[in-house]
Design a protein around this ligand. Structure first.
Ligand SMILES: CC(C)(COP(=O)(O)OP(=O)(O)OC[C@H]1O[C@@H](n2cnc3c(N)ncnc32)[C@H](O)[C@@H]1OP(=O)(O)O)[C@@H](O)C(=O)NCCC(=O)NCCS
Length: 188
């Protein structure tokens, strides 16, 4: 994949998504280390500034990750981040993720709108066929948000990860390009 075009804006009703830049580094590191975010992620180790700079240089700038900052329309306040990663060009598949660093933005439809914008970009701009996500089963906000944007639960994996001293169940969600048919649906 080519890197995201620098001037791309994905505009919604209450928020817009813009490509992440090096200027977002301090914020992104802070958000990513916040307990409310970390507890819902599979990767739990603290992220250093250097880790994030390496991620930007080796993943984002090379187009291996398409990462955006979610901003509020009314005052451009950055609220969180949304991204596509693990692109499989042959299958036209990627994995998506969203986190809000601004806890005051929770539960106001921001995550759902960011999800819609990111998936619209994935399907209509990048032409992907399928976008997947991995959600810890106890993360009801993320699971509900996934359903609201049209994701389908494809698997429920029990005790899939041992995190911070306990086993966690995982839900695998799949979201399909609405303008394409699912191959197995054509049969019969
Ligand atoms: C997951 C996340 C992005 C959702 O964004 P959000 O803006 O808070 O969610 P929305 O306001 O769009 O709500 C989506 C749905 O989830 C529900 N929901 C939101 N927070 C909830 C909570 N704490 N518990 C249960 N349901 C919740 C909403 O009610 C809504 O469903 P409804 O319309 O049926 O009522 C956000 O909570 C977050 O960043 N969490 C921390 C990081 C994270 O978990 N990222 C995902 C990792 S897989």
């Amino acid at each position: 994949m080519e890197p995201v075009k620098k001037d791309l804006i994905l505009r919604g009703q209450q928020i817009y998504l813009r490509p992440i830049t090096t200027e977002d580094t301090e914020l992104a590191v802070r958000w990513r280390n916040q307990p409310s975010v970390v507890v819902n992620f599979l990767y739990r180790k603290p992220i250093t500034r250097k880790d994030h700079e390496n991620w930007l240089a080796n993943k984002v700038m090379k187009g291996l990750v398409h990462q955006f900052i979610v901003c509020r329309n009314e005052d451009d306040k950055p609220l969180g981040s949304a991204y596509l990663q693990n692109f499989d060009d042959e299958s036209r598949r990627a994995e998506w993720g969203i986190y809000l660093g601004d806890e005051q933005a929770y539960g106001k439809g921001v995550g759902t709108e960011a999800g819609h914008l990111l998936l619209d970009y994935a399907f209509n701009t990048l032409g992907l066929h399928k976008v997947v996500s991995r959600v810890l089963a106890r993360n009801t906000a993320s699971a509900r948000m996934s359903e609201k944007v049209g994701s389908i639960q494809e698997a429920y994996l029990r005790d899939e990860y041992f995190l911070d001293g306990q086993y966690e169940d995982l839900i695998l969600f799949g979201t399909f390009n609405p303008s394409e048919q699912i191959a197995s649906d054509k049969e019969g």
